[in-house]
Design a protein. Structure first.
Length: 214
């Protein structure tokens, strides 16, 4: 193969890699608020999440968050500090109108290199999957309690930009709300409100007011 052909092949592969990267324009920005709504995203107040996710009740008078794609009904305040085990971006389907990115997150012993080195972790179809060879590095019930796939709904463009910068193995702090997404035709997408579940419906749907890399 000639040098010119090799160079063209390299450019093509680079373009394909960029298109499927988190920086690609195929990854949507934040879901836009409805005209006339200020898009405010009040931060939940509560305990520090350094030792695991913190979930608490709703303050009096907290109204649903209205977006062009539909309405988000808050279910609980939510804060988490965790390691990013994997990320996957989505641009197709009604869910992507709300959430362009899923983060598989791990906390407590699911942040440890010695544990993660023995797990194969993947994401697809809005699911997070893990497997091990031989004996598991942790009791399976602990893996369930200490990790989760979470659907991120950025509250504004600033949060969307911060979310696009997140990479595997980053430690992130997320403050926001667990929500149920609703559309006018009756469609619903509801967050889990426990860290003990697994399988269908076990993912958290998080309206992200703030995300920072630690």
């Amino acid at each position: 193969m000639s040098l010119r052909a090799l160079a063209l092949a390299g450019l093509l592969l680079g373009a394909i890699g960029w298109w499927y990267s988190p920086l690609s324009p195929r990854v949507p920005a934040a879901p836009a608020p409805i005209a006339g709504v200020d898009g405010a995203c009040p931060l939940p107040a509560g305990a520090d999440p350094a030792h695991g996710p913190v979930q608490d009740g709703l303050p009096p008078g907290l109204a649903p968050f209205r977006l062009q794609a539909g309405t988000l009904v808050p279910l609980a305040g939510f804060r988490i500090e965790a390691r990013v085990l994997s990320r996957e971006d989505y641009s197709l389907g009604r869910e992507a109108d709300f959430s362009p990115t899923d983060l598989a997150l791990g906390w407590q012993r699911m942040r440890d290199d010695a544990v993660l080195s023995r797990l194969d972790i993947t994401q697809s179809g809005r699911w997070y999957r893990y497997r091990w060879h031989g004996t598991p590095p942790l009791p399976p019930a602990e893996i369930v309690r200490s990790s989760a796939n979470m659907h991120m709904i950025p509250a504004n463009d600033e949060v969307a930009r911060a979310l696009r910068a997140v990479r595997k193995d980053d430690t992130v702090r997320i403050d926001g709300w667990l929500v149920q997404a609703e559309a006018a035709d009756g469609w619903r997408w509801r967050s889990s409100t426990t860290r003990e579940d697994t399988g269908a419906g076990a993912c958290e749907l998080v309206y992200v007011c703030r995300i920072t890399r630690q």
